[in-house]
Design a binder for this molecule. Structure first.
Ligand code: NAP
Ligand code: ZN
Ligand code: ZN
Length: 348
């Protein structure tokens, strides 16, 4: 297969994504070439595409929820063979020698891990993501898709899945804990499934009543619409743990007030910064933390957990040319609950 690769790229924050083409490198030592079947659409793609974090590099090919099959292996590749069903998430490399990398938490690499797109590869070139038909990656940043999992509905696990699984595990969510998932989007709906599978009592906090039925179907025990603000009084000091997945600016202090004594809120959504009042924390010895995706080993653990518990994402398949419309719908919280691009159309 040729290394010339059809893709969709964005050239400035105000333009739509459009057809583009790039050259993937021949898999070198320890590298594999993957033909991409599906790629999930993360809200981070939109933040990056529109330069909402201020460090976007154009042209950009977003996409970091990649699943596909190995089509070629470079020399010295021991872990993979042609035909293996694999995934690539938000990182394609890291320094591999710092304490975080040695601990298997490459996302916190001291030198900064190499993002799958909008990153700098070891040779200094810009990385391009999964809105494309193939990708060359080092074998160590590839994970195996268990046979029990379908390819399309597994793609978003590579970011939305691991980003919610990791903090729930790290901060010790246990049976009986009262857990709130704030925002029912791509990340949020996976947070509900994981927290439930870990035995917690799960409440969804969503802006309106619109998603109540879905939340209960996804496994939530309770549902609170936050729109008129009254729940912040009626449910004050009730939660052990909150996972905040919201993509737009919102008042963190209001949510912190929902935590009990020693309760903890973990932020994974990355909107513009919002001020946190010291009072929100000190009054009940509450903690506020953040969490970034998860390491490669934990990503594999999460996929295996999904296979064992029958967990996949709720998805809506789109074609590559629908991506701009998909971004607009994502901004209106009109996704149930993750868009996944079928790359077959781009290969034709
Ligand atoms: P998404 O599918 O668009 O979901 C975001 C949800 O936030 C919406 O469905 C909505 O839920 C809620 N929301 C939106 N605007 C809101 C507002 N003004 N006030 C309150 N709630 C609002 O996005 P996603 O892909 O899940 O990503 C969510 C965030 O996580 C993004 O900022 C993304 O960049 C970030 N992220 C972080 C990591 C990490 O490693 N930390 C990894 C991936 C993504 P309701 O309709 O239920 O209210
Ligand atoms: Zn993502
Ligand atoms: Zn490192």
């Amino acid at each position: 297969m040729s290394l010339t690769t059809p893709a969709y790229a964005i050239h400035s924050p105000t333009q739509p994504l459009e057809p583009w083409s790039l050259e993937r490198r021949e898999p070198g030592e320890g590298e594999v070439l993957i033909e991409i079947d599906f790629c999930g659409v993360c809200h981070s793609d939109l933040h990056f595409a529109r330069n909402e974090w201020g460090f976007s590099i154009y042209p950009m090919v977003p996409g970091h929820e990649i699943v596909g099959r190995i089509t070629r292996v470079g020399s010295g590749v021991s872990k993979w063979k042609e035909g293996d069903r694999v995934g690539v998430g938000c990182m394609v490399d890291s320094c591999r020698t710092c304490p975080s990398c040695l601990a298997g938490e490459e996302q916190y690499c001291d030198s900064g891990s190499t993002f799958t797109y909008n990153g700098k590869e070891k040779d200094g070139s810009v990385s391009y993501g999964g809105y494309s038909t193939q990708i060359t990656v080092t074998q160590d940043f590839v994970v195996r898709i268990p046979d029990a999992l379908p390819m399309d509905a597994t793609a978003p696990l590579l970011c939305a899945g691991i980003t919610t699984y990791s903090p729930l595990r790290h901060f010790g969510v246990k049976p009986g804990m009262k857990v709130g998932i704030v925002g029912l989007g791509g990340l949020g709906h996976m947070g509900v499934k994981f927290a439930k599978a870990m035995g917690a009592h799960v409440t969804v906090l969503s802006q309106s009543e619109r998603k109540r039925e879905d939340a209960l179907r996804l496994g939530a025990d309770d549902y609170l619409a936050t729109g008129d603000g009254s729940v912040f009084e009626t449910h004050a000091s009730q939660f052990d743990f909150l996972l905040d997945t919201v993509s737009a600016p919102h008042d963190l202090n209001a949510y912190l007030g929902l935590l009990k004594l020693d309760g903890q809120m973990v932020v994974v959504g990355i909107p513009d910064p919002t001020p946190v009042s010291a009072f929100s924390l000190v009054l009940k010895r509450r903690s506020l933390s953040g969490s970034l995706i998860g390491g490669i080993r934990e990503t594999q653990e999460m996929l295996d957990f999904c296979a064992e518990h029958g967990i996949v994402c709720d998805i809506e398949i789109i074609q590559m040319e629908q991506i701009n419309e998909a971004y607009e719908r994502m901004l209106k919280s009109d996704v149930r609950y993750r868009f996944v691009i079928d790359l077959a159309g781009l290969k034709a």
